[in-house]
Design a protein around this ligand. Sequence first.
Ligand SMILES: [Zn+2]
Ligand SMILES: [Zn+2]
Length: 269
Amino acid sequence: MPYRTTNTDNFIRFLGTAGTRFIMLSQRRSSGGIWFSYGSARGVIDPGPGSLVRICEAGPPLSPMDINAIIVTHRHIDHSSDVNALAEGMTLMARAPKGLVLLTRDCMENGDGVLMRYLCGKIKSIAFHEDGAAVSLSDGTTVESVAHSHHGVQCYGLIFRKDSLPAWGVISDTAPLPHFTERYAECELLVINTTLMYPRARLDHMAVTDVESLLEFLRPKTAVLTHMGNDLLDRGGEYISKQLSSERTKVIAAVDGLTLNLEEQPGNR
Ligand SMILES: [Zn+2]
Ligand SMILES: [Zn+2]
């Protein structure tokens, strides 16, 4: 484990780091998304296949019954398949509707929704991403949605804020977009779905060269590459993260189970 901090209430844990359906289907990397504990918000971002299993296997222990938020950046199966299992955990034994599910409108449309109908009545709030709108998670913790462009589905990145804690963000599956340099400027920690080694026509994913360009404008103390594709994994995430690291930004290639402190980012200074 290259970088592990668990002696804090504010952390993210990578339940999975798989990028693309090929890696999800082979489970070369797990596909469980990201657990976050931030302020009093506890939740999972993009619970793909195996998310529940990775939560239950985690040490120190995590429980799906402790979460109060589930966030889906887009409807692709590697980001959404375990939504129902986690919603069942979030609402189990609750005497009243509980928790928040934040997802895209097309996750609930056309009779092909990712969230089972019987669970909708057990969830306190079902919210939809709107570009620039912040949704309240709990106790002053908010998450703002950032419009992405990804293979014809609705898709959004995330910026989390809480007074007294550093802001952090997630760039999900997307082609690189000009507004990222402005919107993610305040994030001290930035998770970037980096699927490709080099940009490829018709593939709406960030490539290593896109991340390199982005980090010339953004100044996160820590940038974390995840959702890596086969080419990138073959080359070696650690090798690539060293190439991208600079004096101002420590770049880390996520591995399954990686846990990072959200209270402070050591950076490279
Ligand atoms: Zn994906
Ligand atoms: Zn996708």
